[in-house]
Design a protein around this ligand. Structure first.
Ligand code: AMP
Ligand code: MG
Length: 501
């Protein structure tokens, strides 16, 4: 068998960017550095409860080493570290944040290029501030399943390799209402080309540390955007243009499937345009642009579903202003923001054409649809799957996606005008754009409740389900191709989530 310990570990990031001189582990501000050396904390009794065969096969490993993947054992070649970054949280600059509970073990080469393996929940680091550096089973299951679900939906994302429970009990106050309780501790191993965020650049720019900023930018472009061959300002423009475009594509994918990230702070925005940091995310059930899953966000709903493309743009503007000191002439930077708007609009139009099976974007048709979808509660996922099979004779079947009964004349009018615009055999295309199975909030909640009792059957069932989200999977249909049950409408973990994790 081949395991993590057999991989050829390297540490390009820490050899090519400035590091922290201090090696002790205590919370502090770290200046003039992109990372600090850290060591995962020892946990009492690690046990792997789920693992991604597919991720493992990309890494060419097949041994489930829970001691290594929970942080109890390091292998030769690993040089663990935590990254320094800052971020705008809910629109305000929060200063240094950093990997408060994430520790990168190192980098390995794979058929998909360089990959970084990172433990999340493996104890305090210099960036832990006032917190314990740990993660609970609840949030770890949410991250494991959702990152894999996003991958299988065709959405750029960090991946998950493994999830270990640690044997520890961790105190968390889920609703921040003074009622903490103990929950099982867990560590996941997540995988990505890198975990460099917009905030990784911002921290140096806002502190005026041009040396670290330059080195990190050079490292990032050389290592992860090595195909770019220009130089000077043009190289920065070419790089940022790719970040702008990949971010736009990512957020349009989210809109396509009804994913709401929930905390689009600039520290949670990947430089690769991949979905990162699964916290209080949620999935749209009844289509609603105003819905946010995050209770911390309820007062302003900054991170609501329909706002995500604008917030991604706002975050990109923060990235661009952080890189701007490295330009000799800054006049071209603004064009990148204009490009974001244009590129996003094209992706948005393409996405709607594919969702609806129409050839030409039709703003009236789509705006009328968005209005109708939100007027009464309509299940987004069921609606688009049913729509693929609607014709003049079966309008009524669309009402299976309605949370309230009955189909109105407005709906019939919309369907009639829609049917005049569809392409032949639209169903095949629509069904590869509109998933049949998404990771509904209440489904994960059910799996979490069982897993907390050490029953992992539902966790495994959902893991199977989300691997083929566009397939009919008739054996799962009655159970999971299903509207939100009444009990889930206002339940914690289903309609309301917090950053507590
Ligand atoms: P998030 O919004 O979850 O991405 O986290 C924001 C910041 O809080 C990041 O710097 C995290 O590393 C840090 N953080 C979150 N939870 C913990 C924890 N339990 N211990 C230490 N740091 C944490
Ligand atoms: Mg984060």
């Amino acid at each position: 068998m081949t395991g993590i310990r057999d991989l050829h570990w390297s540490s390009d990031f820490i050899s090519k960017t400035p590091g922290d001189n201090i090696e002790e582990n205590y919370p502090r501000k770290v200046f003039n550095a992109c990372w600090s050396k850290t060591t995962p904390s020892i946990v009492p009794s690690p046990e792997m409860i789920i693992w991604s065969d597919e991720m493992a096969s990309i890494l060419k490993i097949d041994e489930k080493e829970s001691k290594i993947l929970s942080g109890n054992v390091l292998c030769s070649g690993m040089k663990p570290y935590s990254q320094c970054y800052g971020g705008h949280q809910f629109g305000s600059w929060a200063g240094q944040l950093g990997d408060g509970r994430a520790i990168t073990l190192g980098e390995v080469m794979s058929e998909s290029g360089k990959l970084e393996l990172q433990l999340k929940g493996s104890g305090t680091t210099p960036y832990s501030r006032f917190a314990d550096g740990k993660a609970v089973l609840r949030s770890s299951i949410r991250e494991f399943l959702c990152s894999e679900a996003m991958h299988h939906l065709g959405i750029p994302t960090t991946r998950a390799l493994s999830l270990c429970i640690t044997g520890e009990k961790i105190l968390r106050d889920i609703l921040y209402d003074g009622n903490p309780s103990y929950e099982p501790g867990a560590v996941i191993c997540r995988v990505a080309p890198s975990f460099i965020r917009f905030g990784s650049f911002q921290i140096h720019a806002l502190r005026g540390d041009m040396n670290s900023l330059k080195k990190l930018v050079n490292y990032t472009i050389k290592t992860h955007f090595g195909h770019l061959k220009s130089s000077g300002d043009q190289l920065l423009i070419d790089w940022l243009r790719e970040v702008v475009e990949s971010t736009a594509r990512m957020v349009i994918h989210w809109m396509r499937v009804g994913f709401v990230h929930g905390v689009m702070n600039t520290d949670n925005m990947s430089i690769h345009g991949i979905t990162i940091d699964y916290g209080p995310y949620g999935w749209i059930e009844n289509y609603d642009h105003n819905w946010t899953p995050n209770i911390t966000d309820l007062s302003t709903s900054r991170y609501r579903f329909g706002q995500q493309p604008n917030i991604a743009g706002w975050n990109l503007a923060r990235l661009l202003e952080s890189i701007s000191p490295l330009f000799s002439e800054t006049d071209k930077i603004h064009n990148l923001m204009l490009h974001y708007d244009d590129y996003l609009a094209l992706e948005y139009q393409k996405m709607w054409c594919q969702k609806l099976g129409i050839l030409k974007f039709d703003s009236k048709l789509i705006n009328d649809l968005i209005f109708l979808l939100q007027e009464k509660e309509v299940d987004m996922t069921i609606f688009f799957r049913k729509l693929a099979n609607i014709d003049e004779s079966n309008h009524d079947s669309i009402s299976e996606s309605f949370y309230e009964e009955g189909i109105s004349q407005e709906w019939i009018n919309w369907l009639n005008s829609y049917l005049q615009k569809v392409t032949p055999e639209r169903d095949v295309k629509m069904n590869t754009t509109n998933p049949k199975y998404i990771l509904r909030n209440w489904m994960v909640q059910l799996a979490i409740e069982k897993a907390e009792e050490k029953d992992y059957s539902l966790l495994n069932e959902l893991f199977q389900l989300i691997k083929m989200p566009y397939d009919e999977q008739l054996n799962y249909e009655s159970k999971w191709f299903s509207k939100r049950p009444k009990w889930a409408k206002n339940k914690t973990g289903c309609s309301m989530l917090s950053c507590s994790s």
